[in-house]
Design a protein around this ligand. Structure first.
Ligand code: GLY
Ligand code: MN
Ligand code: MN
Length: 478
């Protein structure tokens, strides 16, 4: 960018006469019928909780700045989760550089949202500024429109430096906005604690969040159907995994904001590479393909679902045997998800089934019981990752929560987590008979803890091998 904000080296200078001309002849362009967003009452409750935890302190939550992809080209903007959770601002309304401030007052805090207002036709920015101008990036909300939609006081972000200049005691979510970071005195320890509190407050989902999660999951299920439909074209080209990945991306952009994380489209033995996002492999009939994908809806909630599918629509006996073992492990895991259970219980329940299955196949050099001891764990050679995590606006949600609130805590109604056991037999694993080598299976579902147990939010997507075969066959005919 040039010194004049928002202009680039290849932009031609604009004559004064043109500047004047550009300011004239425009009809008013109000947004009619703008109403309060459904999220607004929920975000107000969330802020009230945060306010109660930090009396007298100014709290600063930046949305983050645009991130450079290369030179003057940025990545698609995605607001910081804490900003969006506490402000409610999401979708295309969430703009780079926005900041939520909770300003202490006699009653707790007043929330003030700082944003770039729309660049109206009487300013020059609307056609000159390629970063923010409406001719370049489209119409934004005015301050008043933002205030109505999100039921929060709104100010121009240009005024935030002044607003913060009084050096009031403040806590900031550091690392998101360099300009504001510089202005606010560092309190390393307290800021780390603050980030942890912000993360932990999302452990239990409210009604709005559960509905949004269901939307993300349902859109993802449609994305999985899209991927099955393109399997024939994926097998017809080299690097067919990319065909699968792009079919899901199309669904994510159509129904949501983006994918919640890079899609894993892992055909054949690529399934054994846990984070196979290169997706440059061939898709071959007779192999399995492991697909781990989630749509992130506009409110930023994401699904996280894995299915392992026979590319030609039918499991071989060996594939089915490994698949069924993972299927049973997942069933045991899901049965262990209930209020009052320890977070680790569902992992251990699923691992026990896997260890027993591996012992029965004669590949474990110790008994399943011995292997399940934390100081042994030999079965984990074939299942190294944990069986699940919290899920929400971040795919690995609430990751900064303290151990006692998450890993070492008990489950409570309103938590949403994944249950995702897997078995991965690498192509060069000499401990398994040759006909099993290169098989990797994971089944991942998204589960809501209820008052009495749990509900599998992704149950619309079949996972029993018989049902998977029928589903794929129906899709190939539709
Ligand atoms: N998609 C990443 C995970 O399953 O945790
Ligand atoms: Mn996943
Ligand atoms: Mn997951």
């Amino acid at each position: 960018m040039n010194e004049e904000e928002g202009t680039r080296v290849h932009d031609h200078p604009v004559a004064e006469q043109l500047t004047d001309f550009m300011k004239t002849g425009w009809a008013p362009s109000p947004l009619d019928g703008i109403t309060q967003a459904a999220v607004a009452s929920f975000s107000a409750q969330r802020r009230a909780k945060l306010s109660a935890a930090y009396p007298g302190l100014r709290l600063i939550l930046p949305a983050g700045a645009a991130k450079v992809r290369s030179n003057d080209t940025d990545y698609r903007f995605r607001a910081h989760t804490a900003f969006s959770y506490f402000s409610g601002v999401n979708g295309l309304d969430a703009l780079p550089d926005s900041v939520l401030v909770l300003e202490p007052n006699d009653n707790g805090h007043e929330a003030v949202l700082f944003v770039h207002p729309r660049s109206s036709r009487d300013s020059e920015g609307f056609f000159k500024n390629s970063k923010h101008g409406e001719f370049w990036v489209g119409r934004r909300l005015t301050l008043e429109e933002t205030q109505i939609r999100y039921a929060i006081a709104v100010r121009d972000v240009e005024t935030i430096e002044n607003f913060l200049a009084d050096d009031k005691d403040a806590l900031i979510l550091r690392g998101e906005d360099r300009k504001i970071d510089k202005q606010i005195e560092k309190h390393k320890k307290k800021e780390e604690e603050f980030a942890s509190v912000l993360s932990a407050m999302r452990l239990i989902k409210d009604e709005f969040e559960i509905a949004e999660m269901q939307k993300a999951i349902d859109a993802s299920a449609r994305g999985f159907a899209d991927m099955v439909r393109v399997l024939p074209s994926a097998t017809a080209v080299s690097r067919g995994e990319r065909i699968i990945e792009s079919a899901f991306f199309g669904r994510a952009r159509l129904e949501g904001n983006d994918v919640g994380y890079d899609t894993i489209a892992a055909s054949g033995s690529h399934a054994c590479i846990l984070h196979w996002t290169r997706n440059d492999g061939d898709v071959l009939p007779g192999d399995l393909i492991l697909i781990d994908a989630g749509v992130e809806v506009d409110s930023l909630y994401t699904a996280d679902i894995t299915r392992t599918l026979p590319i030609n629509g039918k499991f071989t006996p060996q594939q089915r045997q490994i698949y069924l073992l993972v299927y049973e492990a997942q069933k045991a895991g899901i049965a262990a998800v209930k209020p009052g259970a320890n977070f680790r219980d569902f992992h251990l329940a699923a691992q026990k089934v896997l260890a027993e299955g591996l012992a029965a196949m004669g590949v474990l050099p110790v008994s399943a019981e011995e292997s399940m001891k934390p100081e042994v764990g030999l079965h984990r050679r074939w299942t190294i990752h944990s069986t699940g995590h919290m899920l929400g606006m971040d795919v690995h949600d609430c990751a900064l929560a303290r151990k006692e609130q998450f890993l070492e805590a008990t489950l409570e109604p309103g938590m949403i987590l994944t249950v995702e056991p897997g078995l991965y037999i690498h192509a060069d694993d000499e401990l398994f008979p040759v006909e099993y080598r290169g098989i990797g299976v994971r089944i991942e579902d998204d589960v809501l803890v209820t008052e009495t147990g749990c509900r599998v939010l992704s149950q619309g997507l079949p996972s029993h091998p018989d049902e998977v075969e029928v589903w794929m066959s129906n899709l190939s005919r539709s």
